[in-house]
Design a protein around this ligand. Sequence first.
Ligand SMILES: Cc1ncc(COP(=O)(O)O)c(C=O)c1O
Length: 426
Amino acid sequence: MSWHPNLWHPTTQVATSPEPWKVVRAQGCQLELQDGRRLIDAISSWWVTLHGHAEPAIAAAIGRQALQLEQVIFANFSHEPAEQLATRLAALSGLERLFFSDNGSTAVEVALKIAWQWWRNQGSERRQLIAFEGAYHGDTFGAMALGDRSVFTEPYDSLLFNVARIAWPHTHWGDADLETREAEALQQLDRALDTPTAAVILEPLIQGASGMRMVRAEFLRSVAERVQRRGSLLIADEVMTGFGRTGALFASQRAGIQPDLMALSKGLTGGFLPMGATLASERLYQGFISTTPEHTFFHGHSFTANPLGCAAALASLDLLQHNPERYQQFEALHRPQLEALAELPVAQRVRCQGTVAAFELNLGANSYLNPVGKQVQRLCMEQGVYLRPLGNVVYLLPPLCISEAQLQQCYSAIHQAIHTLVAEQQ
Ligand SMILES: Cc1ncc(COP(=O)(O)O)c(C=O)c1O
């Protein structure tokens, strides 16, 4: 274990972080380290590994595709995997048009640019964007601007455009004053929408990076109804929540809302390959069809619609569609375990949606920089479980293939870590 002399790791402060553990292989839920240790990947490697590591059907699909067509420029050309994927995602999402990019941040950038230019193409003057407190939409500049300001964005704040920011009334088991907070957020939204607004972006049901902050479907329906009544566009950032994570194929569907644009990535390829997709309604697409060159959507990435990514995504969709019960019923696996955790006085604001379970550890500050998360990580590693808490928010977001025994092992590790930390404080 050592820092490689030529690598630079993401969101990692070398001065204070442990050296990275070297992984030699991964299978199902398990990571195998060079030193022989095995770890349960309880956060799906930053929420991407959907079915499991090295899932054979996806691996085989990529292999077959690699021997047939590995990559081709997607301007002037099309190919079968892209067309099939577009057809299937359109049918599943209700959004007819698919624009490919490379990751979650670019999927959001594309959604933002389509929304902005769509109004412009119509000669409209809608110049406001609305986003939510605690939002995270990625690390590129447009995505950062839409996201809430935080330690992540602080060095660049002066470069980020302003958006109107609305409270996010996140909730948990036994929440008392939720309806008041929801009503206040909706009033804020009403006031913001008095200014002509191009688009409103949200992470449906769960804000991921700000700490698995969950809202009720009822709240999202009220938001969508207001946004659509004022004629603004609704962008659902489903980069984390897409592909069954919240118990429905898309969180928008579980919430009962129909966005105009949807950003997808992470689980899109089952977590095998980096790929982003922005789904848009036919109405938006038609707004770009014109003999005026300036109405063209001048955006494109070298790897647009990479055939390997498309083949992986098709194989992943097959798996999801053959066994929807797996993600639909996943919440029932978390519940009894979470109920036991909720008994602990330091485990607060417990919440769960689909495959995602979270709580706040009431030790130290409610902040991303609270070191308690790193202590939980270290203690759980000792018990064969890999977690990456967000500050004092401990969460599980495992691949769908996790067994009940493995999930039990994750919860036991968390219990044990909490007991150790509480004992240390006494
Ligand atoms: C909701 C959401 N949007 C966008 C992104 C950015 O995705 P990527 O890291 O692939 O650029 C993330 C990443 O965690 C996310 O959770």
